[in-house]
Design a protein around this ligand. Structure first.
Ligand SMILES: [Zn+2]
Length: 247
């Protein structure tokens, strides 16, 4: 983000002065290390629980947005925030073992896993900028992160409507939008990204060699990640997102 854009964003958020230290930690983009980009440690991550651990700038902007939402009777609740590489590795490898154990080929298992989960080292949740959100004031369905809860007569419709109108002014953008032409991960009306930090992180992430990372980290099944597979995954699952987060 250049200086002019920063001032613009800060003015919109209305907390330019308090956010300044966090921004200066986050940029310039070439200061992101490989480890920060793949969820293996980041000094800017703060919080003490699964749902409160996130980038310090994300936390500040979320606090601002939550206050504004509360005034409209919406209680923004974080269901998932920062997720480490090791946690994502556990999830991925657990499913890989289960699916191959059920007789799927390694490639079939990988395809089935990435319909809903990311490959460790490639999740936006590694950055501390991305949050899965619901409205704690609405009746709580059994499984909260379902598209139907955010549409029609779903409990999170009021939240969704409010977020559509206001979240971007606080820096939060939907990532996996409801666009029929979009490939990669399915529509996720609950998943928001704090753009002022996530955008430069994505630009830095794009420079990483995903295939060699997966090999170096000995992810179970990595020998089946062909160049063709990685190219498609990068194009669709990592980069076919809300275009507002791409530049
Ligand atoms: Zn998410």
């Amino acid at each position: 983000m250049n200086r002019k854009d920063f001032i613009k964003t800060a003015a919109i958020v209305g907390t330019g002065i308090s956010l300044l230290p966090a921004f200066s930690l986050a940029i310039p983009q070439d200061q992101f290390t490989r480890d920060q980009l793949i969820g293996k440690g980041n000094p800017d991550i703060t919080g003490d629980s699964y749902t409160s651990t996130m980038h310090i700038a994300t936390a500040k902007a979320l606090a601002q947005m939550s206050v504004a939402a509360q005034a409209e009777g919406i209680e923004i609740e974080v269901v998932s925030a920062y997720r480490s590489f090791d946690r994502q590795k556990q999830i991925f490898e657990g499913k890989y073992k289960r699916f191959t154990g059920q007789g799927l080929s390694p490639m079939e298992a990988i395809e089935k896993i990435i319909a809903y989960s990311t490959i460790p080292g490639t999740s936006r949740h590694h950055w501390g900028t991305d949050l899965d959100l619901i409205d704690a004031n609405a009746p709580r369905p059994e499984s909260v992160l379902q598209e139907r809860h955010y549409h029609g007569k779903g409990p999170f419709c009021k939240f969704k409507e409010w977020m559509d109108k206001h979240s971007e002014s606080f820096g939060f953008f939907e990532v996996y939008t409801n666009n029929a032409n979009r490939k990669g991960f399915a529509y996720e009306p609950w998943h928001f990204s704090y753009a002022p930090v996530a955008k430069p992180m994505l630009q830095a992430y794009k420079k990483l060699d995903v295939k060699s990372i997966l090999a170096a980290e000995s992810i179970l099944g990595h020998e089946h990640f062909t160049d063709e597979f990685i190219t498609k995954y990068r194009k669709e699952n990592i980069l076919d997102i809300n275009p507002q987060l791409l530049l």
